[in-house]
Design a protein around this ligand. Structure first.
Ligand SMILES: Nc1ncnc2c1ncn2[C@@H]1O[C@H](COP(=O)(O)OP(=O)(O)OP(=O)(O)O)[C@@H](O)[C@H]1O
Ligand SMILES: [Mg+2]
Length: 329
């Protein structure tokens, strides 16, 4: 029996997903840390999120990643170590860590991922392109494909990539995702009702009211602070307002996809036109976003049923299947 354990890690801006090979389980925790008086760790992951926007002034709740990239190595490392322990790590012999990373990484960013995965200096760190992991989870024949487009709409980034015969030939990170939709909702509610709502409330409104095809004609109460008086207030937000708010950023993503396709060599584009665009990520949970993307880009869209867990399920397959180890570097 091997002494070291194996884990797959998808470090997302909003959530860290960890696959533990031994238990064959996936855990999802918020990518957040709560720190008191600058150096005392109070909570990590979902526990830290539970005090976010409610924290006293001597406690800061930090999200160490921004727009799909590491912004703060130390805090990312602390979070990952705590969450790996929670997932069953802690072997004195070190662990094998498979990290899903964006494709267009600079050398400095690659080193940052390596440092984070290898903080104990005993771990073996392997990297896998997020796009390849997504493609594996969606059943794309990575080695043989003559052109597949993978789009992952996450919380602060949308990664658009094209794979051809086992290689990611084009990739781009667009800084639009679920958080930008939340921020747009916060701005719109303030403009319409003079009410300042927090990002949790905006997220809740998005979850229950966002649509792109059929208007549920519903409304939800939102509580916040009156922008003029500073006193607590409430407003009833209709679904139509959420639709109008999210339309611009979603259209921007479509525009980027169209622009990307225009730059793609014709023979590869021809294959994408036949196969369709593969869509994943948590923000792909907005109802009928696949229909909307298809309408705006003129391409078929195949939506992954794994949504935000697509990358980690791809990593799981890569970890468990020897034949897929060639995608690890
Ligand atoms: N039902 C839903 N409707 C709309 N958005 C949703 C829904 N469920 C989750 N989301 C959004 O999905 C996003 C999280 O997705 P995901 O876990 O793929 O992001 P991430 O990997 O953490 O971020 P990134 O890939 O940008 O680094 C959040 O912004 C969340 O609000
Ligand atoms: Mg992600």
């Amino acid at each position: 029996m091997p002494f070291n354990k194996t884990f797959g890690v998808d470090l997302g801006t909003s959530a860290v997903k960890i696959y533990a090979k031994d238990q064959d389980t996936v855990i999802t925790e918020k990518n957040m840390i709560a720190i008191r008086s600058r150096n005392q760790i109070l909570a990590v992951g979902n526990e830290a999120y539970s005090i976010f926007e409610k924290n006293p002034s001597n406690v800061s709740v930090i999200s160490p990643m921004s727009n799909g990239r590491i912004a703060d190595i130390n805090h990312t490392e602390m979070i990952l170590n705590a969450l790996l322990d929670k997932a069953g790590a802690g072997s004195v012999f070190g662990n094998d860590i498979y990290l899903a990373v964006p494709t267009d990484l600079s050398e400095i960013e690659q080193r940052a991922y390596y440092t984070i995965g290898n903080s104990s200096r005993k771990n073996k760190v392997y990297m896998v392109d997020k796009t390849i992991a997504d493609a594996v989870a969606m059943g794309v024949p990575v080695n043989k494909t003559r052109g597949s487009m993978i789009v992952n709409i996450g919380s602060q980034s949308t990664e658009i990539s094209i794979i051809e015969r086992g290689k990611v030939i084009l990739s781009k990170i667009v800084e639009i995702g679920g958080s930008q939709l939340n921020q747009a909702i916060i701005n719109e509610v303030r403009k319409n009702f003079n009410l300042h709502i927090g990002s949790r409330t905006a997220r809740r409104l998005k979850f229950s009211l966002a649509y792109l095809k059929y208007d549920p004609q519903e409304a939800r109460k939102a509580a916040g602070l009156d922008s003029l008086t500073g006193l607590p207030g409430e407003a009833v937000v209709p679904s139509e307002m959420i639709y109008e708010t999210i339309l611009t950023p979603v259209k921007q993503i479509c525009e980027e996809i169209r622009f990307f396709l225009e730059r793609t060599p014709p023979q590869i584009r021809c294959n994408i036109e036949q196969e369709g665009i593969c869509l994943a990520g948590g923000t792909a949970r907005i109802p009928d976003i696949d229909w909307f993307l298809s309408k705006e880009t003129g391409q078929k869209v195949c939506l992954s049923g794994f949504y935000e867990l697509c990358t980690i399920y791809g990593l799981k397959e890569i970890i468990r299947d020897r034949a897929l180890k060639k995608w690890v570097w």
